[in-house]
Design a protein around this ligand. Structure first.
Ligand SMILES: NC(=O)C1=CN([C@@H]2O[C@H](COP(=O)(O)OP(=O)(O)OC[C@H]3O[C@@H](n4cnc5c(N)ncnc54)[C@H](OP(=O)(O)O)[C@@H]3O)[C@@H](O)[C@H]2O)C=CC1
Ligand SMILES: O=C(O)CCC(=O)C(=O)O
Length: 424
């Protein structure tokens, strides 16, 4: 029998530094002082769990999983669970902090949390993924719950993962607890509209951003990095808005055409082949070229840190709408700003997912379900309101959209702390 020992954590990039820098900038603008920064920079609770896995071939691997609850001053923790080979504690801490700001910015009654397992799901069978999910859920079960912390899908997880998490948690409680996770299948209490919600929200604010810089969405051009749950829907909704999507990529490669990709045909192709690579409706390009394509709008919708000082100067898009969390490093932000590129920050641009997760949680807690049209309408209304509020704040205070959004969110979280009692 083979036993694999846990791999050491990766340390090459640290998105936590970027998240803490953004917080420090907001605390300075708000004049809240170093004590508040120290308090808000530190996650309230974090757990690291060991996940022993019996593989289908009989060998044993021991994986590492995390759940970080960054803040719960405004309500239960909320945030996705990621299955990815790059997951480490600092990444989860950063993602949890961004969830706090995102929920506060969109005024959903949650704090921020995030979880992950350090595993590449592509190398595991469905049965193995189920065992990983169930053991991970059992280990974090004391910390989660509809009033405590509510996980959802993220990179490498999906509605099936959420169904397993809900089932495992419910078995432990002796009854079905629909509200413990969101992003579930419709058949077990999921919400209509959740699957496309992050992408719909990205496109709603991206279209506003294009108009803001004087570009009509109809006939504008775009490139999308990542063709998963967020990127694929973003490409589809952009096409529906009349935007020509010229280039898309996934982890295996990229495809480009100057006329605009037929997104419906591309989706059908990906359903069969599992990748955008070799799509006959376009020409292959290098994955990184998607980020520097000659387009009006760039939607990075894959992973963190893809736009860095090494390539930020070559970004030709006029607007970058962050479908992913943290795709632009803090240093690259400055380069883009100096070059006149408008960045719509992640905590605004990709907040549609958690907004509809909130709607799902409300529906599950009331056992009363809304129509898809109701969900979509309420989502877009919230996204546009948030866009207008952030734009107004940024304009009034001469801040970037990211700093404006972070200030608005940090202030709301700080006020919740203040009224509850700051340093007990
Ligand atoms: N799902 C959600 O509701 C939300 C997600 N987000 C954020 O959006 C981002 C994407 O999440 P999601 O779509 O759910 O994840 P998925 O796992 O569904 O999709 C990720 C996609 O990114 C691709 N990818 C990974 N690395 C690269 C790379 N280096 N270059 C190009 N493509 C790459 C993957 O390729 P392949 O398919 O080949 O593996 C896949 O197409 C993450 O940052 C996530 O945190 C934010 C808010 C909500
Ligand atoms: O839907 C949710 O609860 C969280 C989604 C998420 O992880 C994110 O917005 O980054």
């Amino acid at each position: 029998m083979t036993v694999t020992i846990e791999k050491p954590e990766a340390t090459e990039t640290n998105v936590l530094d970027d998240a803490r820098t953004q917080l420090a900038q907001a605390v300075e603008v708000l004049g809240l002082g170093p004590e508040v920064h120290a308090m808000l920079a530190a996650p309230r609770r974090e757990v690291s769990v060991s996940i022993p896995l019996r593989r289908d071939d009989g060998s044993v691997e021991v994986l590492r999983g995390y759940r970080v609850q960054h803040n719960y001053s405004r309500g239960p923790g909320k945030g996705g669970v990621r299955f990815d080979a790059r997951v480490d504690l600092d990444e989860v801490r950063a993602l949890a902090m961004w969830m706090t700001w995102k929920c506060a910015l969109l005024d959903v009654p949650y704090g921020g949390a995030k979880g992950g397992v350090r595993v590449d799901p592509r190398g595991y069978s469905k049965a193995e993924l189920e065992r990983i999910t169930r053991r991970y859920t059992s280990e974090i079960a004391p910390l989660i719950g509809p009033n405590q912390d509510i996980p959802a899908p993220d990179v490498g997880t999906d509605e099936q993962t959420m169904a397993w998490m809900m089932d495992t948690y419910s078995v432990g409680r002796g009854h079905t607890v629909l509200g413990v996770v969101t992003g579930k299948p419709i058949s077990v209490g999921g919400s209509l509209g959740r699957a496309g919600s992050t992408s719909r929200g990205v496109v709603a604010v991206a279209v506003e951003a294009l108009r803001h810089v004087g570009i009509a969405p109809e006939g504008a051009t775009a490139a999308v990095q990542g063709f998963g749950k967020v990127g694929r829907g973003a490409a589809r909704f952009l096409a529906q808005e009349g935007v020509r999507v010229l280039a898309v990529s996934d982890v295996n490669g990229a495809v480009h055409t100057a006329d605009g990709l037929d997104i419906a045909a591309l989706e059908a192709y990906v359903d069969v082949t599992g990748s955008v690579v070799d799509f006959p409706g376009g020409a292959p390009i290098q994955s990184e070229e998607v980020l520097t394509a000659d387009v009006d709008l760039l939607v990075p919708a894959a992973v963190e840190g893809v736009i860095h000082t090494g390539n930020a100067g070559q970004v030709r898009a006029r607007v970058v709408a962050e479908g992913a969390n943290g795709p632009v490093t803090t240093a690259a932000d400055e380069v883009l700003s100096a070059n006149g590129v408008l960045v719509v920050p992640d905590i605004l641009a990709n907040a549609g997912g958690v907004v509809v997760s909130y709607f799902e949680w409300v529906q599950a807690n009331q056992s009363y379900w809304w129509s898809e049209a109701e969900v979509d309408e309420r989502l877009v209304e919230r996204m546009i309101r948030a866009w207008n509020d952030v734009l107004a704040y940024a304009t009034a205070n001469q801040l970037s959209l990211r700093l404006a959004a972070t200030c608005m969110a940090v202030e709301r979280v700080y006020r919740a702390h203040e009224v509850r009692g700051l340093y007990p």
